[in-house]
Ligand binder design. Structure first.
Ligand code: ADP
Ligand code: MG
Length: 336
């Protein structure tokens, strides 16, 4: 359905998207997860043809977004981070306008506008000025315009940002509903949100794809234990001596202690931590030292994500000098 190949994007000197490749297949809800500044919006803007790439390819159902933009864009409905809503119009007027821009006319236009109004639950506000609507309703209008033209894929950039808790639940429910009839890609910097509504996670950090797959699969991939925690009566130097000939130890970290017990954290440089733990056990056994406790440390997805987010915070702030010329007019206005 969507094939992203070696996509990169520089803003001036700053590499915002770094050689990302993945494939989106039909019938799933994809959660594009990453801390702020990870490159989610940039990637989405490129996939939807709103921004040029520095390098790489995007194919939508076989159509290259750069070479055949019309054919490719017909297949995608997009809610950008800052949707270009016309505040003085009503949702009905606005949706008719967008529908026409997407090439719909006459009875087909009316039918589709009614349908998306129904689907997004905005019939009760369809004649009010958009400026008077709550953020939650504005977001629904934004999603409604993405649905016009009945595209196969709906791409939503942080659709729940800035909403109150009830609105967040409503928009999440709406995304789940849309997932029954469309392929949906939505971005979020909230792990629990992505886990709650998507069946595939695309995790990016610092412009790089760091994980891709089903949430349970990722849990396994990312979270295989890689550290042994050991409590022993051997002292710091002794522990290191005992483990001197054991292979695949990347690091030994001993907790400072006043008591007769020492707690050591042993990190592996190898996939098979169980193999290392049996070697450690044998090394202690022949040394005649006691192991009081030995366990394998597992993280969780939350830890991995927090670590990624913390690292990402160190990235440089967005530079105002660098202006993107080829970004769509609407989002440029919104960014200003
Ligand atoms: P996300 O949506 O994941 O928060 P973005 O794609 O918006 O991330 O941004 C990725 C990186 O690119 C960030 O470091 C951001 O500061 C930078 N960036 C985004 N847009 C621009 C722009 N128009 N000019 C310069 N740098 C930008
Ligand atoms: Mg963003």
């Amino acid at each position: 359905m969507i094939s992203v190949k070696h996509l990169s994007k520089y803003y001036g000197e700053h590499l915002a998207v770094d050689d990302i490749s993945f494939d989106i297949t039909e019938g799933h809800v994809y959660g594009f997860l990453g801390p702020n500044g990870a490159g989610k919006s940039t990637t989405m803007n490129i996939i939807t043809g709103c921004l040029s790439a520095t390098d790489g390819k995007v194919l939508i159902d076989g159509h290259d977004i750069f070479d055949e933009p019309d054919a490719a864009k017909k297949l995608i409905g997009y809610l950008p981070e800052h949707p270009p809503l016309y505040m003085n119009e009503s949702p009905l007027e606005y949706l008719k306008f967008v529908g026409e821009a997407k090439g719909l006319r006459g009875a087909e236009l009316s039918a589709q506008v009614s349908e998306v109004i129904e689907k997004t639950g905005i019939s009760n506000v369809k004649n009010r000025r958009i400026s008077t609507l709550s953020k939650g309703y504005k977001q629904r209008v934004g999603i409604a315009q993405a649905l016009l033209g009945n595209p196969k894929v709906i791409i939503l950039d942080e659709p729940t940002v800035g909403l109150d808790p009830i609105q967040i639940i409503e928009i999440r429910d709406l995304i789940t509903e849309l997932g029954k009839t469309h392929t949906v890609i939505f971005s979020s910097h909230i792990l629990s949100e992505v886990q709650a509504i998507c069946d595939q996670i695309v995790m990016i950090a610092k412009g790089k794809l760091v994980a891709f797959g089903e949430p349970e699969e990722l849990q396994k991939q990312l979270l295989t234990p890689n550290e042994i925690i050991l409590t022993t009566d051997a002292a710091d130097i002794e522990i290191k001596k005992i483990l001197d000939n054991v292979e695949h130890i990347a690091e030994i970290d001993v907790e400072p202690s006043e008591s007769e017990f020492t707690v050591a954290h042993i990190k592996s440089d190898h996939d098979d931590i169980y193999d290392l733990s049996s070697s450690v056990f044998r090394a202690f056994a022949v040394s005649d030292r006691i192991i009081y406790e030995m366990s394998l440390k597992k993280g969780n997805l939350e830890d991995v994500f927090i670590e990624l987010s913390e690292n990402a915070d160190a990235e440089p702030a967005k530079s105002d000098e660098i202006q993107e010329k080829d970004v769509t007019v609407e989002s440029e206005v919104d960014k200003a």
